[in-house]
Design a protein around this ligand. Structure first.
Ligand code: SF4
Ligand code: SF4
Ligand code: SF4
Length: 369
């Protein structure tokens, strides 16, 4: 079935979570599904989702499990998911599973399962305890740091593969060096930093959100820690993506690209949305029980959403950084279409782009072994 390549980001427990991080943008999405305190994907819905996706032609069948907190579903649900992937996958199908978690509820058996089936786990950690606990708290208001570190220990004991996802908020944006050194000293080598850009209904920046300039300075400090000693030791997703683009001409971070049609988000009911950042009733594209992937891919609403990324604010179309920044993620754009982080991107790239170009040259010149 011709649908083009896309992956799935599945939220089997909707927005349900055991934490109440102050900056969380997803918790409030449970209001889209009133009437029940618990939001759980049914076995039928899971089967329909996997079976129909496995019938499409993909180079890699890529499943991302996310929430809320997806480990609320328990081990049995993910065992069933893997069984269905194998049952409906053609022989030789390449299947990948990613699992994004706050790490506080990871049982040994779930970690063992992740290792057995090569799930790549992303675990959220915002830095050392006093930083992490500022916003990442339990329902009762306690910091979640110790439990998140417990999750890391559990994964390590089972030799699981994982990376660290750090939300860059007002808690840590002025402490890039401290955050980076902390992760490095804990021997955490795969980092992903995401800017916290959130506004209230009046368009006012939320107190935990960062400014563009803050973001630029954060990235510069990170770069100054990473570049002299850790190029081969620590992987930072944004830096990898810049190098990947310079060497292979391909972005591996969607905000740097030029369209938003790489994946679908599947909510626990089977409802489909175009992106994690745009789960809104007016952007609901359909439901996997009633709509085929082909129809969803071809729907005008999806096409319009995907193309939004290319509608650039005038300075972006003339900006020499546009091939790297792509005018940024539409979520970060202000009403006039300019990225709220623009100033930061300019600060960061002005200083680092020549160095990345040199690095890319060195990488290209290295003989393959
Ligand atoms: S752990 Fe993730 S989903 Fe849960 S409240 Fe925090 S940010 Fe939201
Ligand atoms: S809206 Fe942003 S996060 Fe979503 S697909 Fe587009 S660039 Fe990526
Ligand atoms: S750096 Fe600023 S002006 Fe340039 S493409 Fe990015 S958002 Fe647009």
């Amino acid at each position: 079935m011709e649908t083009g390549h896309f992956s799935l980001l599945i939220k089997p427990s909707g927005a349900d979570c055991n934490l109440r991080c102050a900056y969380c943008f997803y918790l409030k999405k449970s209001a889209l599904y009133p009437g029940s305190a618990l939001h759980r994907m049914s076995g039928d819905c899971l089967e329909k989702c996997i079976a129909s996706y496995m019938q499409t032609e993909q180079r890699v069948y890529s499943f991302g499990w996310q929430g809320g907190e997806p480990s609320l579903m328990g081990l049995g649900f993910f065992q069933q998911a893997v069984t269905l992937q194998q049952q409906y996958g053609r022989s030789g199908a390449v299947i990948s599973n990613g699992f994004q978690t706050n790490g506080t509820m990871l049982s040994g058996s779930l970690a063992e399962f992740f290792t057995q089936y090569k799930f790549l786990v992303g675990l959220s950690l915002d830095g050392p305890e006093h930083i992490h606990n500022r916003y990442r708290r339990t329902i009762g208001g306690r910091g979640s740091f110790k439990n998140a570190m417990g999750g890391i220990k559990t994964l390590r004991r089972r030799q699981g593969e994982f990376n660290i996802l750090t939300l860059v908020s007002e808690a840590n944006v002025h402490h890039a060096g401290e955050v980076y050194d902390f992760l490095r000293n804990e021997d955490l080598r795969y980092h992903q930093y995401i800017p916290c850009v959130e506004f209230d209904s009046q368009g006012k920046r939320q107190p935990w959100a960062i400014t563009g300039e803050d973001w630029g300075r954060f990235l510069l400090e990170l770069f100054s820690r990473w570049y002299p000693r850790d190029i081969r030791r620590v992987s930072i997703r944004l830096f990898d993506s810049i190098l990947n683009y310079l060497v292979y001409g391909q972005h591996n971070v969607c905000s740097m690209g030029n369209s938003c049609d790489h994946y679908f988000l599947v909510e626990h009911t089977g409802d489909i949305y175009p992106c994690d950042f745009f789960v809104d009733s007016e952007l609901k594209l359909g439901n996997i029980q009633t709509d085929s992937w082909q129809t969803l891919r071809a729907s005008p609403a999806y096409g319009e959403f995907a193309a939004r990324k290319q509608i650039l604010h005038t300075p972006c179309s003339d900006c020499e950084l546009c091939t790297y920044c792509g005018g940024d993620c539409p979520k970060y754009r202000t009403r006039d279409g300019r990225s709220f982080l623009c100033e930061g991107w300019k600060l960061f790239y002005a200083e680092t782009l020549p160095v990345f170009r040199d690095l890319a040259k060195q990488l290209t010149a290295q003989p393959h072994t």
